[in-house]
Design a protein around this ligand. Structure first.
Ligand code: ZN
Length: 150
């Protein structure tokens, strides 16, 4: 495994629409491992592939309940609305209040290529929406109602 360089706001790859993964081969599994290691090393709760310079629809999340790996994720249901503080490894030192759905259900593939569904609320719902935004070239600073340095 290896720690990858985290791209910062202003890098073009963060504005691209990420491509779906067509085939979950050894390279993709290796990328999932490297993304997890990079996320943990940076003390983050989520990381999307574009943040390590790879424009593919891959996300890793760990809000303290173990690693969640999502390939080609999409939100299939959402409920409620809440404002909460957010940060991003690609925008170091900046925090902002972002309105997110309170609960979301995401459908994705796991590393075995099996279709999975994950429902989350609170921090997990926020992380899911934040990371999926990365796959659509959206940074939280574009959505924040207010921002502050942390
Ligand atoms: Zn982010």
């Amino acid at each position: 495994m290896a720690i990858m360089e985290i791209r910062k706001a202003g890098d073009k790859v963060l504005k691209q629409i990420a491509e779906p993964v067509e085939k979950i081969d050894r390279k993709i599994k290796h990328l999932l491992d490297d993304m997890a290691e990079t996320m943990y090393a940076a003390d983050g709760v989520g990381l999307a592939a574009p943040q390590v310079g790879v424009s593919l629809q891959i996300v890793v999340i760990d809000v303290g309940e173990g690693i969640i790996e999502l390939i080609n994720p999409r939100i299939i249901a959402s409920e409620g609305c809440e404002l909460g503080s957010e940060g991003c490894l690609s925008v170091p030192g900046i925090y902002g209040d972002v309105e997110r759905c309170a609960t979301v259900t995401v459908e994705a593939l796991n590393r075995a290529g099996k279709k999975i569904q994950i429902s989350g609320s609170g921090l997990l719902a926020r992380a899911l929406q934040h990371e999926i935004d990365h796959l659509n070239g959206i940074l939280f600073i574009e959505l924040a109602k207010s921002m502050h340095k942390g």
